[in-house]
Design a protein around this ligand. Structure first.
Ligand code: HXC
Length: 259
């Protein structure tokens, strides 16, 4: 679908996206690039980064891929440094890297729980912390969250806890860094997105269909819907939005079946 935004709303900006090689992270990278930003994507798998960068470049986007794991502080620092070396600055940090698998709580080891907290929550904080110095000149942060923890979600105790922490990080940094440095920190909470490998891998087709039938708009989301929310938050249109996590789920999390 064509973007309703002007093509130059992020002209001259530099965006760094963790988890930018695939799924929602890639889609945000592509839309930010198409709207004028230079793009660095970070991910764990070199071949995934490589094809993502080629795809971005085929749209005429200035893009680089840098291998790294957000669980490793040195990787985070190196990726940010490389981005600065390549593009001279950093304006937009998007924390989209996430770990996930479905598992009943009684079968989840503490290390499995910790692994997802490390990727989603600690990884988000580490990237924000390492990027801070570079964001002080009008930079902003978007943390990708979820709606799983607004109620309780089967077999997602680890991700729900991690995303609750991410939302809390978003608010604390928005307060402290918004006040001290004018850095806006916001989140996006996607609902079920049907065109990502993350969702199709994790959620059975019939469950997704049921969610669709129960949703207020009678449809599930696309990665594009999330990317448009990111453009709004990253552009000047979002200049007075700080500390919020924007739910982009068509109203699904608050819905229940019609009686
Ligand atoms: C139970 C599991 C498990 C599984 C891993 N573990 N997979 N436990 N069921 N399926 C446990 C391991 O047993 C181990 O604990 C610990 O987790 C670490 O596992 P490793 O394989 O050593 O870790 P690593 O190689 O670092 O991989 C971490 C990973 C990763 C999180 C499993 O492979 C990953 O990120 N996969 C999926 C990524 C993904 O789908 N992202 C999209 C997110 S979408 P022990 O105790 O044995 O040492 C999203 C949106 C949510 O988040 C909304 C949709 C529902």
């Amino acid at each position: 679908m064509e973007s309703p935004f002007k093509g130059d709303i992020l002209k001259g900006k530099v965006g760094l996206l963790t988890g930018g090689g695939s799924g929602i992270g890639y889609e945000i990278a592509a839309e930010m690039g198409k709207h004028g930003a230079s793009i660095a994507i970070m991910g764990r798998r070199n071949h995934v980064l490589h094809s993502a960068v080629s795809a971005l470049q085929s749209h005429g986007i200035h893009a680089i891929g840098i291998e790294g794991d957000v669980r490793n502080k040195e990787d985070c620092a190196r990726v940010i440094e490389t981005t600065i070396k390549q593009f001279g600055k950093l304006d937009i940090l998007v924390n989209a890297a996430a770990g996930n698998f479905l598992v009943p709580s009684e079968d989840l080891s503490p290390n499995g729980f910790r692994t997802v907290i490390d990727i989603d929550a600690v990884g988000t904080f580490t990237m924000c912390h390492e990027a801070l110095e570079h964001l002080k000149n009008g930079g902003m942060i978007i943390n990708i969250s979820a709606t799983l923890h607004y109620t309780a979600t089967w077999y997602q105790i680890h991700v729900s806890a991690a995303k609750a922490a991410v939302d809390s990080i978003t608010r604390s940094l928005a307060l402290e860094w918004g006040t001290d440095y004018g850095i806006r920190v916001n989140g996006i909470a996607p609902g079920p997105i049907y065109d990502t490998t993350g969702t199709s891998k994790l959620v059975p087709e019939k469950v997704l269909l049921k969610r669709k039938q129960e949703s207020a708009l009678y449809r599930m989301g696309k990665k594009w819907d999330i990317a448009m929310a990111a453009l709004y938050l990253a552009s000047d249109a979002g200049n007075y939005v700080n500390g919020t996590t924007l739910v982009v789920d068509g109203g699904i999390w608050l819905s229940s079946p019609r009686h």
